[in-house]
Design a protein. Sequence first.
Length: 331
Amino acid sequence: MKATSVIEIEHFTKSYGSIQAVKDVSLQVEQGEVFGFLGPNGAGKTTTIRCMLDVIRPTSGTLRVLGLDTQRDRQALHQRIGYLPGDVRLPGEMTGRQIIDYFSQIQGLQPVLLKDLVTRFDVELKRPLKGYSKGMRQKIGIVLAFMCDPDLLILDEPTSGLDPLLQKTFNEFLLEEQARGKTVFMSSHIMSDVEKVCQRVAVIRRGELVTVERVETLREKAGQRVTVEFADSATTTVEELARITGVSNVAISKGVYHMNISGKMDALIKALSHHEVLRLQVEEAPLEEVFLKFYEDGREEQVENRANRENRESRETARVSPTHNVTTPKM
């Protein structure tokens, strides 16, 4: 394993009977990066995370985190990880303060970042947790994940339930933690959630790794959207514009041409120079469009497999002995 690899997954497969939830996934996450793990619901993101934490066991392959074997060194590993589950469930009879004290005690670590987190995210600590909204529970989950200053953060859909202002606050905090040398592995099914903070992203679909790319590379693939209006649109045709290098998806609406372009703009600009242009507008195409292309196949199968997998996953989780700071109480 490379000295700088914080997470290394090799040929990881997880099956539930005849259902393969994750199929031969290999990837690495390096020290100090914020890594996005993207995929539609039911793609295998949470299954991968649960195997990284040894909440469930892989069918085959190896998973090493912080240089440790996820099964053999499970307890030592959990001391160094901050984990935010995708569905934060809290014991309703406890208050926010009590659950924070409880987790701090069982981890045996001081919550050195607690004061800053409570202030930054405006966390309610005195009320019983049973009265918390989803957003309030999510804020408590963020506090529990970060408060003991772990080396690695594993975050499953971390912005779920947060309003736009709190999402911005969370992103700013995440980048500050990265600047302090922390490594972050975060899953999401929404590209916009990760493009603001991640350096690289992996896309998983139907349990298979589709691609691992730098965000800058995805932006290049997304290209740009161009809107152009000519003085006399009759002198230009869709076919003419579509033949220009890098141009695709040309359409005309009310005399205005819309198209996508990838790569350099030079060929398009030269072609437009032969016409009288009234308006030219260029903007970045959203990365969401590139991301959605990876999602196009197999959605119905995914929904069915997800339901079967979650039932079996629940049974298996009960068989794996609980660790003190990940599974109790259930979050």
